[in-house]
Design a protein around this ligand. Sequence first.
Ligand code: SAH
Length: 366
Amino acid sequence: MLDMFAQTRLQWEALCLELGLPLIHAKTIYRALFKEGHTDLATLASLPKILQEKLRDSFAGNGATIAKESLSRYDGTVKFLIRLGDGSLVESVLMPEKQRITLCISRQVGCAQACTFCYTGRMGLKRQMTAGEIVSQVWLARQWIREHPEWLEARSYPSFASVSNIVFMGMGEPLDNVIEVSRALHILSDPWGFHLALRKISVSTAGHRDGLVAILEEFPDLSLALSLHATTERERSQLMPINRRWPIGELLDFLRAHYERTGTDRSLLVQYTVIRGVNDSERQARELVELLRGLPVKLNLIPLNEVEPSRFQSPEPGSLEAFRDLLYEAGIRVMVRYSKGQDIDAACGQLVIKTKAEESESISVV
Ligand code: SAH
């Protein structure tokens, strides 16, 4: 069986051609599946019988379902625990914001990058997710919103509102899975499907140069986020092993060239997790200003979420402020961002699937 969530519209069109049918049926399928939320495509009355049969015999879902949802009492964030077809678990996070509804999605079960302060990184990589599984997270979140009009109402959204922005900031390094991610981007942005503009989709990377080259070639308009977290090669390599493979100096040069060449008005979102005594000094703030020179940067400072047990701590409020002020005075667009959904473990770096043993272990730590 083929995964119906993983097919690009071109593939449905190819199927129509193969069956000698007009291409318009591909749009009907896309609209039914993604705009209207039907999964029983074989019963669509407007499709010819031969196509209905093909759909019944050869296509199915991928089995992803919402296994559990948790609603944050503070900010209305909803964390979904998603069970994939093979029983693997991942998470996506729905975040209500003023003008938009953002869904943070996963693309790997676990992560191979092993950034020292990130809880997901401790899981290691269990497996890559498929394009269909990536797309299904958006489908499931939209369906959930449809079934929970009170969630929209409580936040004064119109009743037709749905996921408007996607960030690839859940579990995993998206550019370690670039083929499936790029396929998912084609599907998510298709005007006959979810129709999410590429500039409303942000792919966050720990600094995977080869992946960036590949994805930008295909989607020059994509919004990018870079997890920086340190200002010298040595310090960054200590926090983020990926820096040994693609040193940050070269990576930023590559990005400078990209923004110059394309002349895009897109900004580069730089994420800097602030860790007490590790990367929050005045010296490091000054180095950060130099490092980011010549890039269209929006800088988010994210105070570290402490995940136990960990040797890393959140910054002192005073040093965080001083750090931000120095950057602000140097002309950088900077914001301190507190992670959403802290009461439901939905915050950055907290996405991790606990096994039973680990759960009881973490209870005994508390
Ligand atoms: N692998 C991609 C996508 C992960 S996005 C990337 O590195 O960009 C998740 C973001 O949360 C990353 O910026 C990550 O570095 C950050 N993060 C990880 N652990 C954190 C923690 N404990 N506190 C705050 N931010 C954290």
